[in-house]
Design a protein around this ligand. Structure first.
Ligand SMILES: [Zn+2]
Length: 231
């Protein structure tokens, strides 16, 4: 028998984790933002202990960084971690796309279509937050409908971290509409051509990584001569 008090606490901690993850995924809270406990208690109408447990959980997921004596802040993934997140996404999303049968796409057709329409609307509106939310939602939907909760959970974590990475490293001049690439993946899946869908997903992820400015040199090592040469 589960203890009702423990369950209530778990639910409340999960609520706080979900709200903060969502705010970070949608770039309402940017990398490096201080997460002051007393402010979270007030803003989320939560108790301090629950907030602390939620922050610890987010820190284990690498979404929040807790520094001794300084408290918690939204994580700032390094360029190395960014590359690793993309390597992990290629592996996880390949597994998701490989397992999606045409029947599964047909069953979820309406949800997928509504979503793809939402992506196009967001792209037109040029509302950056809405664009970020819609574009990452596509990947999460594929994870959900795959029916594999382990892949889906890992992907949820990687998507929040991707959002931090995009906030930190995306080149300013990049237009972020990927609606057509998403549509092409769905078209291939609907035809049962999973090999092609996998290839399209890999190319899509390559492209997302390519528009990030992760630098070729080791993090922190800047070639001053090169940087200053044509000024
Ligand atoms: Zn995408």
């Amino acid at each position: 028998m589960s203890n009702p008090i423990t369950t209530a606490k778990q639910l409340e901690v999960q609520r706080i984790v979900d709200v903060l993850s969502k705010a970070i995924a949608q770039q309402r809270l940017r990398p490096g933002t201080r997460l002051v406990e007393s402010q979270l208690v007030e803003a989320l109408n939560a108790n301090r202990n629950h907030v602390q447990v939620a922050l610890q959980r987010l820190s284990m997921q690498r979404i929040v960084t807790i520094e001794p004596n300084r408290g918690a802040m939204v994580s700032q993934p390094t360029a190395k971690e960014a590359r690793e997140v993309f390597i992990a996404r290629r592996a996880i999303e390949r597994a998701i796309v490989e397992g999606l049968a045409p029947a599964c796409i047909r069953q979820n057709r309406q949800r997928i279509q509504t979503h793809l329409n939402g992506e196009r609307e967001a792209a037109k509106s040029e509302d950056r937050r809405a664009i970020v939310r819609e574009l990452s939602e596509f990947h999460l939907i594929l994870g959900e409908i795959s029916g594999n909760s382990v892949l889906s959970e890992i992907l949820s974590n990687l998507m929040v971290r991707s959002s931090l990475i995009v906030a930190l490293y995306q080149r300013a001049d990049v237009s972020s509409c990927q609606c057509d690439e998403h549509q092409a993946i769905i078209d291939a899946l609907e035809k049962g051509d999973n090999a092609h869908a996998v290839q399209l997903m890999q190319e899509h992820l390559d492209e997302l990584e390519r528009v990030l400015d992760l630098g070729d040199e080791a993090a922190g090592e800047i070639n001053l001569r090169q940087v200053l040469s044509d000024l």
